[in-house]
Design a protein around this ligand. Sequence first.
Ligand code: IDP
Ligand code: MG
Length: 153
Amino acid sequence: MTERTFIAIKPDAVQRGLIGKIISRIEEKGYKIIALKMLEVSEKQAAAHYAEHYGKPFYPNLVKFITSTPIVAMVIEGDNAILGMRQIMGKTNPANAEVGTIRGDFSPEMSFNVIHGSDGPESAEREIAIYFKPEEMCTGWKTAFEILKEKMN
Ligand code: IDP
Ligand code: MG
């Protein structure tokens, strides 16, 4: 099933010059980037994004971190893209993330785990709406992968 998921390249990865490498992994997998922008996350956006973690010990630092330096926000579309992106990202704690995943390859630490990805259809819809307007979705084009699949139908 075609899904959309919200992905953010976090401030640590932006500062460490990893934007290109992370985007490459998403493109190489065959997913479609239908929206992309760099932005400074506002306090309001941070609170909405991480509402589920409000009150946890790491919450204040999480908000401080996500609002500290720009992020690169994206909407990614593809077959089972929500779980697929979580697999490409690797486990939340990079120390436990498999080698070959983005977190496993690019970070040793939980607080600097380089990428965010929605964890289910409801959070994807909610998170996309925090960062993007519907008219920001670029949907009127086809990837080479989509064209390839169409030919085989
Ligand atoms: P996820 O990013 O893999 O979905 P969540 O449990 O939703 O993981 O946590 C959101 C973010 O909060 C994590 O990506 C990480 O940056 C941070 N975080 C989660 N748990 C901890 C913790 O125990 N210590 C420090 N930071 C944490
Ligand atoms: Mg999460």
